[in-house]
Design a protein around this ligand. Structure first.
Ligand SMILES: [Zn+2]
Ligand SMILES: [Zn+2]
Ligand SMILES: [Zn+2]
Length: 253
C-alpha cells in the first residue's frame, strides 16, 4: 500500500492570507501546506481521503488521474469544498465514485452538494456522480477491510480510517478509549496536531505525542499543521519515529 500526503495544512492553509510570520514567508517548500488530504493506493485502486478546496491542484501535483472511492473524515469546509472537482474523475472513469463517511458527514455533503447525482445515464461531465454510503463500522473496500475510527472534533466529530497497518486521523481533539483500541497495533499513523498552543477542537503537538506514546506505532506523521509550526525546527524537537508530514510526502505501508 502506498500513501501520499496531498496536503498537510490546517483549515487556513500555510501561508495564511495576510500573515507575514517567519513560516508564512519561508522559502522552504515544506512550510507550504495545502488543506489536509491523502491518497491511499492498493491493488491498483486509488482511494482519496477528503476533497479539499485544493483538490484540483493536489491531483495535478500528484499526477492523479483515477479516483475509485473517497473516504470523508467530516464535512468541514477545508475537507469537502473540492467535492465538485470529483466530476473530472467521474468523467475519466465514465462511472460513479462511491463516497464513505459517518451519517452526519454524508448528510452534510448531500445538503451542500444537492446537485450531485447517482443517475448512471448522466454524461459524467457536468456534475459529480457519486453514491453516499454512511458507515459506522468496518466495511470492505476493494478487498480490504476499512475500519472507521470515531474521534472527538467539535460538534459533529470526525472519522479516522484504519486500513491494515495504516491509520489516518486528521481533525481530532481527543480519541475516546474505544477508538484508541481500534488503532492498537497500527504500524504507520497519520495524526492531526495543530500547533503548540491549546485549541478547542484540535490536539496540540504535545497531546498528539501522548497518543503516539499510548499506541507505539513504528512511524507517525503529524498533519493538519498550522503556521506556528516551522518544519525543520519542529521536526528536530520531535522524538524518534515521529515527524511532520509535508505536501507530497509519499511512503509505503
Ligand atoms: Zn480540518
Ligand atoms: Zn503565518
Ligand atoms: Zn474539522
Amino acid at each position: 500500500m502506498k500513501v501520499t500526503i496531498l496536503g498537510s495544512g490546517t483549515s487556513h492553509g500555510v501561508p495564511m492570507i495576510g500573515c507575514r510570520c517567519a513560516v508564512c514567508t519561508s522559502e522552504n517548500p515544506r512550510n507550504k501546506r495545502e488543506r489536509a488530504a491523502a491518497l491511499v493506493e492498493f491493488d491498483g485502486h486509488n482511494v482519496l481521503i477528503d476533497t479539499t478546496p485544493e483538490l484540483r491542484h493536489q491531483a495535478l501535483a500528484a499526477g492523479l488521474t483515477k479516483v475509485d472511492a473517497v473516504l470523508f473524515t467530516h464535512a468541514h469546509a477545508d475537507h469537502v469544498c473540492g467535492f465538485d472537482d470529483l466530476r473530472r474523475f467521474c468523467d475519466l472513469r465514465k462511472g460513479l465514485i462511491p463516497c464513505y463517511g459517518n451519517a452526519t458527514a454524508m448528510a452534510r455533503l448531500k445538503y451542500m452538494f444537492d446537485y450531485a447525482c447517482t443517475d448512471p445515464k448522466t454524461n459524467f461531465f457536468d456534475i459529480p456522480v457519486v453514491s453516499f454510503n454512511a458507515v459506522e463500522g468496518p466495511f470492505e473496500l476493494f478487498g480490504r477491510r476499512v475500519t472507521p475510527v470515531a474521534v472527538e472534533h467539535g460538534r459533529w466529530g470526525c472519522t479516522g480510517y484504519r486500513i491494515g497497518g495504516f491509520a489516518y486521523c486528521t481533525d481530532v481533539q481527543a480519541i475516546p478509549p474505544e477508538s484508541l483500541e481500534l488503532l492498537r497495533g497500527v504500524e504507520t499513523l497519520v495524526l492531526g496536531a495543530l500547533r503548540h498552543r491549546p485549541h478547542p477542537t484540535h490536539m496540540t503537538v504535545e497531546q498528539a505525542l501522548e497518543v503516539v506514546a499510548a499506541l507505539g506505532p513504528r512511524r507517525t506523521f503529524l498533519t493538519h499543521l498550522a503556521h506556528e509550526l516551522e518544519h525543520e525546527a519542529t521536526n528536530a524537537a520531535l522524538p524518534a519515529g515521529v515527524e511532520l508530514a509535508y505536501d507530497g510526502l509519499r511512503f509505503d505501508v
